[in-house]
Design a protein around this ligand. Sequence first.
Ligand code: MG
Length: 257
Amino acid sequence: MKNYFVPAFLLLTTASFAQRVNQDSLVNESKKTEVWQPVPKPVTPGATASEAPSDAIVLFNGTNLDSWVKESDNKAPGWKLDGDGAMTVVKGSGNLKTKQAFGNCQLHIEWREPSAIAGSSQSRGNSGIFFMGKYELQVLDSYNNPTYVNGQAGSIYKQHIPLVNASRKPGEWQSYDVIFTAPSFDAAGKVLSPARITVLHNGVLVQNNVAIKGSTQWIGQPSYEKHGDKEPIVLQDHGKDGGNPMSYRNIWVRELN
Ligand code: MG
């Protein structure tokens, strides 16, 4: 039997060459699933979760109500500026509506219940955020305030119970961070896709991409009626009964397309 002498350096070179070929082919393979376009637009985030990112539309920063009108007659809103960055509902002065219309969007909004507790159930700090003027994310003092659960804070009023009750005490600022997807309709008004909503209440998930069943109804079942791709956002003056001098601050929205 012959002895073949293979120099050690040749063995090593051959091995490392094979390894490199193998490594190169893995890299080539990995490149097939890399996507380089389109490049996401840079956005400067706010310094805190309250602060608007650079591409947001600021709807309220405490200084004026210029982005809003009274819903019923498009006149100047009757709510009052508190001078500390907040605005407060003036009972009976009517709902507020954004001048600009929005469809798919990300909304940040902060709200505070009056520290002096008045009323109970739905009559304690009731307000609401109506996406497209129709679909209500309930605002209520739900800290030790039993009510029907599909009407408590974080509910999609009379449609979806919040996953948990993340309410803070009255007098403390609370936040909603919302991802809202507008419904779509065909030419005849048939719903092609329902509105959807995801809500974080004080950073806690309370609605997870739920399908909205139609316009919010106090009485009866919700249903859809065809409307524009974009509609104003409305803030509710629940007025009339109970203690509802709610305050809002730091409201900003990002349009999602
Ligand atoms: Mg309400």
